[in-house]
Structures are given as C-alpha cells and as structure tokens.
Write a protein that binds this ligand. Structure first.
Ligand code: AMP
Ligand code: MG
Length: 338
C-alpha cells in the first residue's frame, strides 16, 4: 500500500479524518510521541494496528478522546477519583485505566476488561478525533520493540507501505509516552508507566501514589504484569545499549577502557562530550530535554551504524524517572554502576 504524507492543513486533516472514519490506520502526532491511530470501536481497523506494528495481541492499546462525553462512552464506570484526575491533568499526557464499556471490542483492550484512556493536548490529534467522529486507539507508531517515533519521518521509516498515511504535526513536545496509572480504591493510584505527569504532580491531587515495581525492575518469572506492555523488550535500537550509572569522572575513565572495541559510542548529557574518548551523541541538559530527545538519539545510533552504546544514566527523578524507565528497557536491564 502507498503511505501518504499529509500536512497540518485543513484539506489534509479532512483526508486523514476520512481515512480513519473508513477503518484505515493513520500515523498521527500527539504531544507525547506519534501514535498509530484507528477507530477504537472497529475491530478490523484495530487489528491492522497490531499487524503494522507486529505488536503482541495481549498488549492493549490506549484510547484517545477529545471530549469528556467520550470518556463515558469508552469506560463503563468513572469513579470520583478518575474525575478529579481528568479535571486536573486532561488534556495532557496521563492515561487512566478504567473498566471497559461494551462499545470497545476486546481486540482493542488486548482481551482485558479494562481500558486505558487519555485526552491528548495536541491540536492535530484533537482535530482528528473531532473530524473523524471516532475515539482513536493509538499505540506508539514504531515497529514493536523499536524506539518510539517523535517525528513524522520516524513513523514513515517504520510504517512505509503498512499504513494509509502519516500526518506530519512537527516534533513531539514531551517526547516519551504518557504516564499510565490505575486506581486502587478511593484515594490511591498506582503508576504502571511513568511519564511527564510525575508522581510529585499526582501527589498534589491524590493522597497515595505508588510506583509499581515493574517501573524500575524486570518482571520476575511467572509473575503477571499489571501493564502487559511492561513485560516486553522495548524501545531498543539495533545497537546494544548499556546504561552506566555514576559521576562524569567515573563514566569518563570507565568509557576510556572500552574505546578499543569497534563501534562503541556514548550517549551523554550536553557538555559532557568534550571529556569522552569515544564518539558520542548528547541528549540534553535536564530531564525534560532528555525526554524530548532520547528516542530520536537511540534511532540516530542505528543510522550511524553503532554496535554498542554506553548511556550515561539520567537522574531518575521527576520526568527523569520516565527517561530512566525507557532506557533500562532499551538496555534489556543491563545497568552498570561505575
Ligand atoms: P503504547 O500503546 O505503546 O503507548 O503502550 C501502551 C501501554 O499502556 C502499554 O504498556 C500497555 O500495557 C498499557 N495499557 C494500556 N491499556 C491498559 C490496561 N487496560 N491495563 C493495563 N495497562 C494498559
Ligand atoms: Mg509503545
């Protein structure tokens, strides 16, 4: 199939909305990462998302809405705590897991009786939901296992020939996927995937915020993941990734011992590159910039032909926890303390 590249203009938005309405898959910008969108109520359309990504059928999709009325069509129960969260954080990068309404086919929810829902803030995503008159199931628009896309070009490279179109809405502002949380009683939430809505921000609204063990640790054999996506290898480029924790001084002396291996690169904070004895890329100065850049930089290492990338670990605090979470998965949990 030919994959069209559409622009953020009235005629192209209408074309993308018509494609979605007619059961096609379209790559769309959101403020987090690009999504691979289809009508969440159309099983055949949703199956095409799984096929294009090569995504395991038990890994549920997040449903994107533009109006609060749609929340009540997608979820069968919206408890007061969910209402409080949506009032505070929507539109924005927060996904809330709620009991699924019968309107949503089980292929969309990966066979679960719950569904992840969010209202994106990106104007293009919102316009497409409104114009298509659909709620959109949209996982990240990468090939399954590969780093998430933060530009239309990333999507085109991964999905060319597999989907009807990609709508170019520029570079994603946040750069990593939404915070996913589940409600546990009237005053408790559990973060299953960290994102730009941080535990600190949630604590201002919810008395008890727990970070699920799977955020920082590999799932033990035989245990069931509360968020199925957390059990899969994720976000990895072709190059092997190793996360290295420690001061710049220790990182610098440690990396100099790896410099004779072929294809060794480093990913470090802005300003650190001048101290590093192997070729490197940088990924910003603070956690917000690291979130914006991390996936694009992981993809860039494949373009350069890197074999092994040593990443100077980010500070796992605030949005940095989300960056750290993506990087330990990209590294297959290979973390070295120097
Ligand atoms: P992606 O679509 O690539 O952003 O990934 C969506 C993430 O949300 C995955 O980690 C899913 O496992 C998680 N998720 C979506 N829906 C649910 C749900 N109903 N219960 C638990 N986790 C979910
Ligand atoms: Mg994903």
């Amino acid at each position: 199939m030919e994959t069209k590249i559409l622009q953020d203009c009235a005629t192209d938005l209408l074309e993308a909305a018509t494609l979605l309405r007619n059961g096609n898959v379209v790559g769309i910008p959101t403020e987090t990462v690009y999504g691979l969108a289809a009508d969440a109520t159309n099983s055949d359309a949703v199956r095409q998302i799984f096929a294009a990504k090569g995504r395991p059928a038990d890994n549920p999709l997040i449903i994107h809405i533009a109006e609060i009325d749609q929340l009540y069509k997608v979820a069968s129960d919206v408890p007061p705590l969910a209402q409080k969260l949506e009032k505070q954080f929507w539109p924005g990068p927060l996904t809330i897991i709620l009991p699924k309404s019968p309107n949503i086919p089980s292929v969309t929810s990966g066979g679960l009786d719950t569904v992840g829902i969010r209202m994106p803030s990106h104007t293009v995503a919102r316009a497409l939901i409104r114009l298509s008159n659909c709620v959109l199931a949209a996982p990240s628009a990468n090939r399954s296992g590969y780093p998430s896309p933060t530009t239309a070009e990333h999507v085109y490279r991964d999905m060319c020939g597999k989907i009807a179109a990609v709508l170019d809405g520029g570079v994603c502002d946040v750069g990593i996927e939404s915070t996913v949380l589940t409600l546990e009683g009237e005053n408790d939430v559990r973060i299953l995937r960290p994102g730009a809505v941080t535990a600190e921000m949630l604590k201002k609204v919810v008395p008890n915020v727990t970070i699920d063990n799977a955020v920082l640790h590999q799932l033990e054999n035989g245990k069931t993941a509360k968020s199925p996506g957390m059990k899969y290898q994720h976000y990895s480029p072709k190059a092997k990734i190793t996360l290295v924790k420690g001061s710049l001084e220790h990182f610098t002396s440690w990396i100099s011992q790896q410099q004779n291996d072929t294809g060794v690169y480093a990913l470090v904070f802005d300003g650190e590159e001048k101290f590093i004895s192997v070729p490197c890329l940088t990924y910003g100065i603070d956690s917000k910039e690291q979130a914006q850049q991390v996936f694009a930089k992981l993809r860039e290492f494949d373009d350069i032909g890197a074999n092994h990338v040593y990443v100077h670990a980010p500070i796992a605090d605030g949005i940095g926890l989300a960056v750290y979470n993506r990087l330990i998965r990209a590294a297959g949990f290979e973390v070295i303390q120097v």
